[in-house]
Design a protein around this ligand. Structure first.
Ligand code: MG
Length: 402
């Protein structure tokens, strides 16, 4: 897939140098503390599988590829959880986390040693652009960069009799993921890890042991690891802050001319006239495309597909809408629902509403109950009433990273 750059600031200020990275997401753990039900990566938070949150976020920030390390037998779970996303692959996990990470690194053998790689736990769903930018910036001057939080609570140890002893907390931090390294540095560090040292509990430890310098960037409570059943209730609350809902609206009209039918919302409908336009004159799809572009603040259909370009002559307007959907996905966004209103006296559209919903469900890859197509007249008033043309209005609701 095409690599998309991560900018150290927003793409609207493209003076920054783009940075490229790959990612390994470890989703093969036993989830032994998380209570009953599916294992953590496959449980849902705000309607999305836990693992999908970070895969979507890292893909949208330019990670290429994203390697998801899964337990034996989880192939179908991964395919379902990550359906519709491009640029990820799965590899089987090992008996312990460190072996799973190394399996993920093996899948990146074609990537250059100096490329940055982020190693991430699937159980930390809320990775944001700010985390990735900070890690990649810090990696420029170190062998590794990790997010960490200072320890705020007083630390207690208990003795054999159960009595407390206060432990010093100065200089202590809680390490989170994703953790950033140069691929070559991490590969060599794992190769040098001595068996007698036991199991490392994170990747920074492996690089430290090999003599590498790992630096801290500011951690974030939102990078919490879902460990216990009660953590999922907190994750539902955090999910509400991780995305924002945006609405776009679109309007389009086309003039009737001679012909034998119209195409609306991707469905051909017989009529004693046709709609005139540069493309297939599907006013429904044009209004909906503008609604999608409006929701992400990215211009309008005319800016993306100028009528002056002969390439778009007679084209299926589904092409325009799929492009708008691709732009939404590139921002890590997803479509929630759409509502289209078609305005004309004739042809009578109500018999075709269900077919139009079904066609939109295909084009948008959305359940049909999130798609509304309505038809109305203007009671013979105005240009639609005089049957000079047909108009369409659309609304699209999307969720994008906050
Ligand atoms: Mg149009």
């Amino acid at each position: 897939m095409a690599r998309r750059p991560v900018w150290t600031s927003k793409p609207s200020a493209p003076k920054q140098t783009p940075m490229y990275f790959s990612a390994v997401i470890v989703a093969a753990g036993a989830s032994s503390r998380a209570g009953e039900g599916p294992r953590k990566p496959w449980r849902r938070v705000a309607g999305r599988a836990v693992v999908r949150w970070s895969v979507e976020a890292l893909l949208s920030l330019g990670a290429a590829p994203v390697v998801v390390v899964i337990a034996d037998g989880d192939e179908a779970n991964a395919a379902e959880a990550l359906a519709g996303l491009d640029g990820w692959m799965t590899v089987p996990g090992g008996a312990v986390r460190a072996l799973s990470v190394q399996n993920g690194l093996a899948a990146l053998r074609g990537q250059p040693d100096d490329q940055a790689v982020l190693i991430h736990d699937a159980a930390r769903p809320f990775v944001a652009e700010s985390h990735v930018s900070a890690l990649l910036a810090a990696l420029a001057g170190a062998d590794g960069a990790i997010p960490a939080l200072p320890v705020a609570d007083t630390l207690k140890r208990t003795d054999d009799a159960g009595a407390t002893i206060t432990a010093p907390r100065e200089g202590l931090h809680r390490a989170q993921t994703p953790q950033a390294f140069r691929l070559g540095v991490l590969r060599r560090a794992y190769a040098a890890w001595p068996a007698e040292a036991g199991e490392p509990t994170d990747d920074a430890q492996v690089v430290e042991r090999a003599g590498g310098r790992v630096v801290l960037v500011a951690g974030d409570p939102r990078l919490m690891k879902l460990t216990y059943p009660e953590d999922f209730a907190m994750a539902e609350l955090l999910a509400q802050t991780a995305t924002i809902t945006r609405v776009g609206q679109g309007f389009d009209a086309h003039r009737f001319g001679p012909g034998d039918g119209v195409t609306l919302c991707g469905v051909r409908i017989a009529h004693d006239r046709s709609l005139i336009g540069h493309s297939d004159a599907d006013a429904g799809l044009h209004a909906l495309t503008d609604a999608l572009l409006g929701a992400i603040g990215d211009g309008d259909i005319g800016a993306h597909f100028p009528p002056s370009n002969p390439r778009w002559k007679g084209v299926d307007s589904g092409v325009f809408m799929r492009h708008a959907m691709e732009l939404l996905h590139q921002r890590g966004g997803r479509l929630i629902n759409v509502d289209v209103t078609l305005i004309c006296e004739r042809p009578k559209l109500s018999p075709h509403r269900q077919a139009m919903r079904e066609r939109l469900a295909e084009l948008l890859d959305l359940p049909i109950d999130r798609i509304s197509v309505k038809a109305t007249t203007t009671e013979t008033m105005g240009f639609t009433g005089r049957e000079e043309g047909l108009a369409a209005q659309a609304l699209a609701v999307v969720q994008v990273p906050a």
